[in-house]
Ligand binder design. Structure first.
Ligand code: FAD
Length: 512
């Protein structure tokens, strides 16, 4: 069930209790990266305190219960589970005592506007045959794509994902020299769409593989083809289901942190990061109008409000803070009173004009009349997430980040369009079967987690230099100040947030 972890600090099954000998750390925010950083630094011997605005941990990985329906508010797709296993093993804990997951045989069901329905199987031969049978795409093209995205991953992972891009030591390591030699293989000069059009014969295949740009809130008609690497995570490394849903991730990490002696302060927003008189060394934080001393401060808050609100008097890296932001999301959490056998756990109902849809998202910053709809139904895997005979629908469309739109008007229009699209695709009534409804839109995402402009993944990656324009995981000017989470290196999404925590703990080791 579990993949082997890459690093292990202890072979015992009990987490080590945090001794706090090395000094005090204040972590601002308990999103996935904040929790993972707290666990790593507590395991490294620091006394760690986590301050969180909300009443519970998890940030974007929230949960909502209503009339017997259970909804994960944020992420639904779980990839690279070994990063979570690594974290638990690093802390000397046995992952099996905290969570379980299983690999999905069917990753996603795709519904195209021409009526074709494709099952994206995890097994490569089965996947390639499905493309050939359903879309008329030669199976060899799918195999070539899988080999290409693996090549990109092997070249980029050690440099762009595992290490700080902003520490000169990274560039002395052998993998960097290998990446340098393989630079043309990264396909950074072409867009993702241009590359997919070269690889695939059928427009439906191009549309399907273009979708991976949305996994970090980008536009496939602008983002470099290097981002095809995202497809590698799902197809070559696997898509997983975390038993109990994604909230299990937060509950497990929070429990481990508590087991390690990490102290949590909920409903306690941090108001300021305190610096020495010369502004060069971190002294602690102010929360609940109280000064709390700390040797290290790690901000899991979005990088923009971290500077603007918590460090008003210090020098701000304006170029990095002003990079274009990723897209956001509009989600309806619908409690359905019937089942829909044609749908699986993950489903995509594609729009008929994908390029136009992205034009609306990233250029005019409004919504198209025919948005692609993502339907995630965790009750297909966890029947307890909906009352008997019902389903819990997470119905999402990509929307622009906040830019002065009239959201109330856009949301009502989108709701009607989404329902119309699902009803015509399935040939079944939907509106009449919605028993409960909860909503999340960019304003809510910004308010709930302080995400600048409600962006889901920090900066967008719509140009080939984007990876270098994310904020480092440490401050160059203020000793003892670190940053983790989706708005800094290496980027948004659960796996990258977990990696940002690992890079922070590595940088703390190097710099302390
Ligand atoms: P965040 O979740 O952004 O949390 C930051 C925390 O800091 C919050 O709890 C906030 O309250 C707290 N905070 C902020 N300011 C302060 C302050 N001043 N004092 C104290 N606390 C503060 N990723 C995937 O991998 N797969 C998916 O399928 C996926 N789908 C998604 C769908 C949606 C709808 C959303 C919203 C996100 C999705 N993501 C997905 C992205 C993923 O959820 C995020 O990248 C990740 O959870 C961000 O974690 P983070 O560590 O950056 O912290």
């Amino acid at each position: 069930m579990k993949t082997a972890g890459r690093e292990s600090k202890s072979s015992s099954n009990q987490p080590r209790l945090n001794a706090g000998k090395k000094g005090r750390v204040a972590v601002i925010g308990s999103g996935v990266a904040g929790l993972a950083t707290a666990i790593r630094l507590a395991s490294d011997g620091y006394r760690v305190q986590v301050f969180e605005t909300a009443g519970q941990p998890g940030g974007k990985v929230g949960e909502h219960w209503e009339s017997g329906y259970r909804f994960g508010l944020g992420p639904s797709l779980f990839t690279l589970p070994e990063l979570l296993d690594d974290l638990f093993r690093y802390a000397g804990a046995d992952p099996d005592q905290y969570y379980r997951y299983h690999r999905l045989d069917l990753i996603c069901r795709y519904f195209f506007p021409d009526g074709k329905v494709l099952n994206a199987w995890a097994e490569p031969d089965r996947l390639a045959k499905e493309f050939e049978a359903v879309l008329g795409e030669p199976a060899g093209n799918v195999h070539r794509y899988l080999a290409k995205v693996k090549r990109i991953y092997d070249l980029t992972e050690p440099i762009f994902l595992q290490s700080s891009l902003h520490d000169w030591r990274t560039y002395w390591r052998a993998p960097w020299l290998k990446s340098l030699a393989g630079l043309p293989g990264l396909d950074a000069l072409r867009t993702m769409n241009a590359s997919n059009e070269r690889l695939f014969k059928m427009p439906n295949s191009v549309q399907l593989f273009n979708r991976y740009a949305t996994y970090n809130g980008s536009n496939p008609y602008k983002a470099p083809a290097t981002l095809q690497v995202i497809g590698h995570l799902e197809y070559n490394l696997g898509a997983y289901f975390l038993n109990g849903g994604m909230r299990t991730l937060v509950n497990a990490m929070h429990k481990l942190a508590v087991d390690l002696g990490v102290e949590f302060f909920f409903n306690t927003p941090v108001q300021q990061i305190l610096l020495s008189e010369d502004q060069k060394i971190v002294r602690g934080i102010t929360a609940a109008s109280r000064e709390i001393p700390a040797d290290l401060v790690v901000s899991n808050m979005d990088i923009v409000p971290t500077y603007r609100q918590l460090l008003p008097g210090s020098k701000h890296p304006e170029k990095l803070l002003n990079q274009p932001r990723s897209t956001s999301a509009l989600i309806f959490y619908w409690g359905m009173d019937r089942e829909y056998p044609a749908l699986d756990l993950h489903n995509i109902l594609f729009s008929s004009d994908y390029e136009g849809e992205f034009g609306h998202l990233t250029e005019t910053r409004t919504l198209s009349d025919d948005p692609t709809v993502y339907l995630y139904i965790s009750s297909k895997a966890e029947p307890g997430h909906a009352p008997r005979g019902g389903e819990n629908w997470f119905a999402m469309i990509n929307v622009p980040h906040i830019a002065g739109q009239d959201w109330d008007e856009l949301i009502e229009r989108a709701r009607a369009q989404m329902i119309r699209k699902i009803e015509s695709t399935l040939g079944l009534p939907v509106a009449a079967h919605i028993r409960t409804e909860h909503r999340l839109d960019p304003r809510g995402i910004a308010a709930r987690t302080s995400s600048h402009l409600g962006a889901l993944y920090g900066n967008s990656s719509n140009n080939r230099f984007a990876a270098f324009l994310r904020h480092p995981n440490f401050s160059r000017n203020i000793r003892g100040l670190y940053f983790c989470g989706g708005s800094v290196h290496p980027g948004g999404g659960i796996p990258l947030c977990m990696l940002s925590a690992r890079i922070v703990s590595e940088q703390v080791r190097i710099r302390s």
